[in-house]
Design a binder for this molecule. Structure first.
Ligand SMILES: [Zn+2]
Length: 209
């Protein structure tokens, strides 16, 4: 089974995809996590990707496709999170799946309004040393800007700052509208309003799948 989870940055795709992967045994493929791992490892792709990500832009399709194609045929099934985001990616993905005889079963599109997303994303912060995640509204470090675990510095990632978030939203909408139309015609798109608690959103997605 191949499920594509779509939605703007901050819609909670990662959280929901991990939970679905845990309960179904499917492999969670997050292009964001895969790219951040490349950045952390300082690989050639990582260095290239960092420049794009820091500006809130996308890494070029050809790089993403090469990275993800090695995992697409996993027999446990795949939950795609953050891919495809462009029409070119969707068409390339379909070409790969057609070759492997593994069609996409479901597109789930999570929607959240822009103000809510900016609020959510710009409150996320992370320790630059030990990578412990914080939320500046609901789970702030007890000393401002200082990691409670290791004393490292806690910062909002450049691509989560309000200006970068607005840019990511605009890029997302421009690139994703044609992808949604494309899938609407082929396999259909299930729209999920992703406001409310993670539990209630998970419930909606489970029912859709
Ligand atoms: Zn830390």
């Amino acid at each position: 089974m191949r499920i594509v989870l779509m939605g703007p940055p901050g819609a909670g795709k990662g959280t929901q995809a991990r939970r679905l992967a845990d309960s179904t045994g499917m492999k969670h493929l997050s292009t964001g996590d895969m790219l951040r791992a490349e950045v952390a490892a300082g690989s050639e792709l990582g260095l290239l990707a960092k420049g794009f990500m820091d500006r809130g832009d996308y890494v070029p399709d050809s790089n993403i496709i090469a990275m993800i194609e090695q995992y697409i045929a996993d027999p446990a099934g795949v939950l795609l999170d953050g891919f495809p985001r462009t029409l070119v990616q969707a068409e390339s993905l379909d070409a790969s799946l057609e070759k492997a005889g593994l069609p996409i079963d479901k597109i789930v599109h999570m929607t959240v309004d822009t103000d809510e997303l900016v609020k959510r994303l710009s409150s996320r912060a992370v320790c630059s040393d030990c990578q412990t995640p914080y939320n500046l509204v609901s789970n702030a470090p007890s000393r401002e800007g200082v990691c409670g675990k290791c004393g490292g510095s806690v910062n909002v990632r450049d691509d989560d700052k309000p200006e970068a978030v607005l840019n990511r939203m605009k890029v997302y909408e421009d690139l994703t509208a044609p992808v949604l139309s494309y899938y609407q015609l082929r396999v259909g798109v299930t729209e999920i309003v992703a406001t409310g608690t993670p539990d209630s959103v998970y419930e909606k997605i489970s029912q859709a799948i």
